[in-house]
Design a protein around this ligand. Structure first.
Ligand code: ADP
Ligand code: MG
Length: 589
């Protein structure tokens, strides 16, 4: 119920529209309820042979009909605006809030599901707030007015005729609660089927090459069977409820014909009044059904609202402090003091009591086996995650005291699979600083060794890339990402596996780009290639979330067995893959 009231809160900016549509609905209802009364008058006029009264009644019926038509058109327009406005607001609120949440939230949630659920839930909330509420009021009003008129005219008869009303409303409500979700499930299964078909067709080369047509067909078959089963479920619900919604009121109509008709025969009731009575009951059928449906809508909207509020009520765990400290001057000194990091739900900490002090302008290479905590360590600097213990300092300030925008403006990351947005190359490079001039963009691209290939593209810097644009090679994407980082001109540059997907011919180019990028700023580089590691002033060796050695290349050759192994074999990727973290080794894995 609280959720329900909170949902109504979204109507506040649309007060005028809501009131207007309620007034329009009420007026339309009056016109509607008048029609049976006028019909009764007309029938009485026929019986009395009163031509003038008949003409008047007929004209009034037309007038009431026209009034109803106009009022309904207006109401739909107004309600439509309210509904779409609410949808817009809700969408902004939900997506805006998602943006404010920290990375760890997205680790916990399945983003795709979150989005699709948000779409469905948004729909059901907006539909109820925009239309359902007015339907409900209108239906209720119609029922009350018509029933009132019937009771005034013939209380006894009204009592009999109105018996089915609550049942119809209840059946329609149950139907609304069950049928809609079942129909949505069918849509979901269909979407899965489409995805399956799409995969079969786009993967046809592999399917044929391994002659797995049979297996694919079987998978497809299972997907179609799921659609069938769900559609049958939906059909059974339809079959079980809809006919009753029509049947129950017919009992009321039969009762009226029987009891009311007898009174007309006995002369207790005029034929006109009887007709009016009968028509009111007929007229109630729609609203009864509508009321039930609207109640179902309300029920669904409340459930959907609860899910939306669940997202909206999730407080961001990583946010700018209320009173952020100004970004201190400096050239990118990075200090980790006794830092321990534990991911949600992880049994072991990803970093244990790590301390590291990196002087401004130096390049530090992080090496270590997969899962040793290299990425975790660098993500702390831009506060993508917070440590559970210890502190991270940038130029002397604890990163938790800084505004996130300030902090992230001076820390830039290039990772192993740079993401390109569906935009032009220039826009992608200028992502961190949309106001960057074309000269700055080109300069960054030159330094990232990307200018040459960009200049050769059909539209140069205005070539569309990303999902709906030109596909670039791994090395090209990497260089674009480096250019993107350079435009931001950060104090701290993080290159996390930034050269992993690059072949030997572009490696030289990337290396030149990296050397350029590192110039004059603190750089953390995570790499498997010795040639890249050699660019560093200092090397830090991580294992199982701990720093196990640090020093220059030559020093480490002397003291660290793991590092010597890497250097001698010259195939660090494989060395790393065969080394187990100590605790795994201890467990005999
Ligand atoms: P590296 O970059 O050295 O390969 P990571 O820092 O990515 O290592 O990972 C360190 C440990 O933390 C690993 O055991 C990894 O499985 C875990 N880990 C990394 N990211 C997450 C995450 N988002 N959620 C949970 N555990 C994670
Ligand atoms: Mg990593």
């Amino acid at each position: 119920m609280r959720t329900f009231w909170r949902l109504l809160g979204f109507l506040r900016p649309y007060r005028v529209g809501v009131v207007a549509s309620l007034v329009l609905a009420a007026l339309a209802t009056v016109a509607t309820v008048l029609i049976p009364a006028l019909t009764g008058t007309a029938v009485n006029a026929i019986e009395d042979g009163d031509r003038d009264a008949l003409v008047a009644a007929a004209l009034l019926i037309v007038a009431a009909g026209v009034a109803r038509l106009v009022l309904t058109v207006l109401r739909r327009l107004v309600a439509g605006r309210v509904s779409l406005g609410v949808e817009l607001d809700l969408r902004d609120a939900v997506y805006g809030h998602l943006q404010s949440l920290e990375l760890a939230f997205f680790d916990r949630q399945q983003t795709g599901q979150l989005m699709s659920r948000a779409t469905v839930d948004l729909q059901s909330v907006r539909f109820f707030l925009g239309y359902g509420l007015v339907f409900m009021m209108q239906a209720l009003l119609t029922i009350v007015m018509a029933a009132g008129a019937m009771v005034i005219l013939q209380p006894g008869l009204a009592a009999i005729a109105l018996i089915p009303v609550p049942f119809v409303v209840w059946v329609a409500y149950r139907y609304g609660v069950k049928a809609r979700p079942a129909a949505q499930e069918v849509q979901q299964r269909l979407a899965e089927l489409t995805a399956e078909a799409e995969e079969n067709i786009s993967g046809v080369r592999v399917v044929k090459a391994f002659s797995r047509e049979g297996r694919q067909l079987a998978r497809f078959r299972r997907a179609t069977e799921r659609v069938f089963a769900q559609a049958m479920r939906s059909t059974r619900i339809q079959a079980g409820y809809s006919p009753f919604i029509g049947f129950l009121p017919q009992l009321g109509l039969a009762a009226i014909l029987f009891f009311g008709g007898r009174r007309v025969i006995e002369g207790d009731l005029s034929l006109g009044d009887f007709t009016a009575f009968y028509t009111w009951l007929l007229m109630l059928l729609g609203p009864m059904r509508m009321l039930g449906m609207a109640l179902g809508m309300a029920q669904r909207a409340t459930a959907s609202g609860a899910r939306l509020f669940e997202v909206l009520d999730t407080e961001p765990r990583i946010a700018s402090p209320a009173d952020p400290a100004p970004l201190p001057d400096g050239r990118g000194r990075v200090e980790l003091r006794g830092v321990t990091v534990r991911y949600d739900g992880a049994a072991e900490p990803a970093l244990r009591d790590v301390s590291l002090d990196v002087a401004p302008g130096t390049t530090v290479a992080l090496v270590g086996p997969t899962g040793s905590g290299k990425t975790t360590l660098v993500q702390l600097i831009g506060r993508l995650y917070d440590p559970v213990e210890g502190a991270v300092l940038l130029d002397g300030a604890d990163v938790r005291t800084l505004a996130l925008e300030d902090l992230r403006r001076v820390v830039a990351t290039v990772d192993d699979s740079p993401f390109l947005f569906s935009a032009t190359i220039a826009e992608n490079i200028a992502y961190a600083r949309p106001d960057a001039s074309r000269e700055e963009i080109e300069d960054a691209a030159r330094r990232a060794q990307a200018h040459e290939f960009i200049a050769r593209l059909p539209d140069g810097y205005d070539t569309m890339v990303g999902e709906r644009g030109l596909t670039l090679s791994g090395g090209q994407r990497q260089r674009l990402a480096i250019a993107r980082a350079l435009v931001a001109d950060p104090r701290v540059l993080i290159l996390d596996d930034a050269t992993s997907s690059v072949d030997a011919s572009t490696e030289a180019l990337i290396k030149a780009a990296l050397a350029e990028a590192m110039e004059g700023r603190t750089t953390f580089v995570i790499a498997h290639r010795l040639s890249t590691i050699a660019l560093a002033d200092e090397i830090v060796v991580l294992e199982g979330g701990r720093i196990v050695a640090r020093g220059t290349h030559d020093e480490l050759l002397e003291v660290d067995g793991l590092y010597r192994e890497i250097a001698e074999k010259g195939l660090p990727d494989q060395v790393f893959l065969t080394r187990n973290p100590p605790e795994r080794e201890a467990a005999g894995l």
